[in-house]
Design a binder for this molecule. Structure first.
Ligand code: GDP
Ligand code: GDP
Length: 463
């Protein structure tokens, strides 16, 4: 085992839920009742391509010293002494509590690497706690939902960042090819827009869509049926989840849904599998190609898949597949693009490309869209530019006044890329209407050329 992780946090933040997810245990072990005996033994955990030992501290708060604070302190100290890294969970749904601050102080003093994890991030209002969490002085919080399995790829990246790649990713002969995933660390302090964009790493692409949209046909078309069988000789490397090749000198690693399905068909029903497939593929990928059947586009399931891709913060590209079947193409395309903008306003300007997996038409344009969207998704904007921009946006259209006082937006910075995420300090964030956030997001898209990718803005209280 390469390293050991302790999951710490006050009661009820979701430690057991995360433990069970990482250790692959049954969720039935989670219980709200205090005093329920839990499994505290170290387990083996898996997260994307990482394997590590894991220590669950949930339940320990019921034993030990008298005060809750004393028990938490003892529990946390014991756990982190045994571990190489602490995952410090807070509850983003509920917000920070004094107990979180106490634990943060303990963790900071201990000097071990800590990943601050904001759990329950899918809940309404969780954004506010994310901002608050910076106060803990443990860096950028990593938003996840342990219960729904969201944010796991970001958690994986955060762990690798905290512990170092050498330790996190030892070469292990026994490892299955399935774990062959390779993620570029993000250049955190880049000031220039596209600096830090690394073209040498393979760009990870997944193709998702509902059954019969044409995913397998498309993947096979990309690779050529026969080349798929001949493998490496033809410049393609293949393992159980991905195939890699080059497009115009750019290495592309594509998640092979088709291969997966062949493997799993025996055990699982197809409908069930299509969702599981899509989820795995989305977590693997940087860019996700959403396949719509141009003849029956925007079914409910299509929109659910698109929503999942956007919520996971991936770079989305839409294709209208089976274009060979469409008769009045110009009219159809205009109509489909209009629908796309209307139904997916969160990713305004998303690339939407007509293709035919059957004939191969449009595949070059699709790959161009993939590469372009990936670049936008990685973009970083200098803080100085953002602050000038924020000022001018407020001059053009000032935030509303609430009970006689105008809300002020003071300072703005980009805290992450992939997808772009920004923080703005605001005199009264809770009073800022959603329409103003939309105004800012639309403005960012236009003025900094960020079409088609999810953009996140959070507000931090600051005077
Ligand atoms: P622990 O005391 O820290 O081990 O917390 P548990 O894992 O027992 O979780 C406490 C409660 O939070 C349970 O009711 C879980 O179902 C719930 N929970 C855990 N993770 C999430 C999440 O990601 N989202 C939401 N909404 N609830 C969660
Ligand atoms: P998957 O379930 O998404 O992997 O879909 P498949 O690739 O298995 O395709 C489902 C059906 O649609 C098959 O009968 C394909 O032959 C057909 N199909 C796939 N792509 C195209 C296309 O571009 N044009 C036409 N006309 N049919 C297609």
């Amino acid at each position: 085992m390469s390293f050991t992780v302790a999951i710490v946090g006050r009661p009820n933040v979701g430690k057991s839920t995360l433990f069970n997810r990482l250790a692959g245990r049954k969720l039935a072990l989670v219980d709200d009742t205090p005093g329920v005996t839990r499994d505290r033994r170290p387990g083996d955990a898996k997260l994307v391509d990482l394997k590590f030992g894991i220590i669950d501290t949930a339940g320990l708060e019921e034993t030990g010293p008298d005060t809750l604070e004393g028990r938490m302190r003892a529990q946390t100290e014991a756990a982190i002494d045994e571990a190489d890294l602490a995952l410090f969970l807070i509850d983003a749904k509920l917000g920070l509590t004094p107990a979180d601050e106490t634990l943060a102080t303990i963790l900071r003093k201990r000097g071990k690497p800590v990943v601050l994890v904001a759990n329950k991030a899918e809940a309404r209002g969780a954004q506010d706690s994310l901002l608050d969490a910076y106060r803990l002085g443990l860096g950028e919080p990593c938003p996840i939902s342990a219960e729904h399995g969201e944010g796991m790829l970001d958690l994986r990246d955060a762990i690798v960042d905290a512990i170092g790649e050498d330790r996190a990713l030892p070469i292990d002969e026994d490892d299955e090819a399935e774990t062959d995933i390779d993620i570029a660390p993000t250049g955190d302090d880049e000031e220039d827009a596209d600096a830090g964009y690394d073209e040498s790493k393979p760009l990870r692409v997944a193709i998702v869509g509902r059954p019969n949209a044409g995913k397998s046909t498309l993947i096979n078309r990309f690779l050529g049926e026969d080349r798929l069988l001949t493998g490496p000789e033809a410049g393609i490397t293949r393992d159980s989840i991905s195939v890699e090749w080059e497009w115009k000198g750019r290495r592309i690693k594509m998640f092979d849904t088709a291969g997966l399905r062949r493997k799993a068909r025996v055990q699982e029903k197809l409908e069930k599998l299509s969702v599981a497939d899509a989820l795995r593929a989305i977590r693997f990928a940087e860019v996700v190609v959403i396949v719509l059947d141009a003849d029956v586009p925007f079914e409910k399931q299509d929109l659910q898949i698109a929503d999942l891709v956007i919520r996971e913060g991936r770079a989305p590209v839409i294709i209208f597949n089976k274009w060979d079947m469409i008769e009045d193409r110009q009219e159809a395309l205009a109509d489909l693009r209009e629908k796309t903008e209307r139904l997916l306003p969160q990713v305004r300007g998303i690339q939407a490309v007509p293709v035919s997996g059957l004939t191969g038409a449009g595949l070059d344009r699709l790959m161009q869209a993939v590469v372009d969207t990936h670049k936008i998704w990685n973009r970083r904007i200098a803080t100085s530019k953002l602050n000038r921009w924020l000022e001018s946006m407020q001059v053009q259209h000032p935030p509303p006044a609430v009970s006689g006082r105008r809300i002020r937006l003071k300072y703005m910075t980009q805290i992450k890329a992939r997808p772009p995420g920004f923080v703005i300090s605001c005199s009264r964030p809770e009073k800022l209407p959603a329409s103003y956030t939309r105004y800012l997001i639309n403005g960012l898209r236009e003025d900094f050329d960020l079409p088609g990718v999810p953009i996140r803005i959070s507000f931090r209280k600051g005077d």
